[in-house]
Design a protein around this ligand. Sequence first.
Ligand SMILES: Cc1cc2nc3c(=O)[nH]c(=O)nc-3n(C[C@H](O)[C@H](O)[C@H](O)COP(=O)(O)OP(=O)(O)OC[C@H]3O[C@@H](n4cnc5c(N)ncnc54)[C@H](O)[C@@H]3O)c2cc1C
Ligand code: FES
Length: 289
Amino acid sequence: MNVTTGRSRSPLHPAASSLYVPFDCEITAVSELTANEKLFRLRLADGASLGHLPGQFVQVSLLGWGEAPISIASPPTRDGYFELGVRRAGSLTGAMHRLAAGDVLGIRGPFGRPFELPRLRSQDLLLISGGCGLAPMRSLIQYCEDRREEFGRITILYGAKSVADTLFKEELAAWESSAGFACSRTVDGVGDGDCYSGNVGLITSLIPPLDFDAGRTVAVIVGPPVMYRFVIAELKKKGLPSERIVVSLERQMRCGVGKCGHCTIEHLYCCQDGPVFWLNEVEHLRGAL
Ligand SMILES: Cc1cc2nc3c(=O)[nH]c(=O)nc-3n(C[C@H](O)[C@H](O)[C@H](O)COP(=O)(O)OP(=O)(O)OC[C@H]3O[C@@H](n4cnc5c(N)ncnc54)[C@H](O)[C@@H]3O)c2cc1C
Ligand code: FES
């Protein structure tokens, strides 16, 4: 897909009769990530694969509660299921948090431009996420875990507001002790009762001590809007050009397939031209970051 010459049509999943009609997926497991975030494991009716790539999202719906875009948190390399990390934010996600294994969700997708894996292969990767951004990033991290030989050095940086808000704690601990990754995390602040001896401070504080080769490193950033400008500024100080920085952007979405115009960033449709962009494609656009 080329963001300057036009957008491609999202391929239709075999289980879907139309881009606009949801197909059923059964929830096979629900686990608590934090007090406000849950991980849903889902299975298509026939156990078929969703056919997604890391960085893509699905439109999730429940009759009577609406529809919302949710990033896919697991990689295509893990067969038979896909996972969604969901923060309780409003109508649909509130209703989802009351569901259990055996319940069924409507799904449209997968939609959106994924991380460009051919351009990431053989590069050193700096995977930087904040808050809920670790859910989509996890899809890429687990993909790299399963195809470790395809990539150079991989450094994972993660920042959460507090220890209680930290997502995927066990997986972070596993990545920290894995020979395949360097992994550092931080929390904005520590409470009195917290059992935590790691970094305290904003995620930007993890970047200056890093030693990386700006000529063979690609940084991928997924997080809350406020994070991007500051993280990008730190990366630029280390000599990383915009052509080597990838961002995943969130916009209000309705159709998810380039028809309704709710998600535009100037001439771009975030649902189809994104949500993943190379920084040089969007940094000059008003309101992009
Ligand atoms: C590409 C993409 C990927 C995403 N991935 C994820 C993900 O992986 N996990 C995740 O948890 N979220 C994700 N989101 C965000 C998620 O889609 C939104 O949080 C979505 O709005 C939730 O839907 P909802 O029906 O639960 O919330 P809504 O009911 O739409 O509410 C969302 C917010 O709007 C406020 N609100 C609603 N109605 C009003 C009103 N009338 N006046 C004022 N405020 C109002 C609510 O209080 C709440 O803060 C993603 C978004 C995008 C675009
Ligand atoms: S969500 Fe409808 S055009 Fe992007």
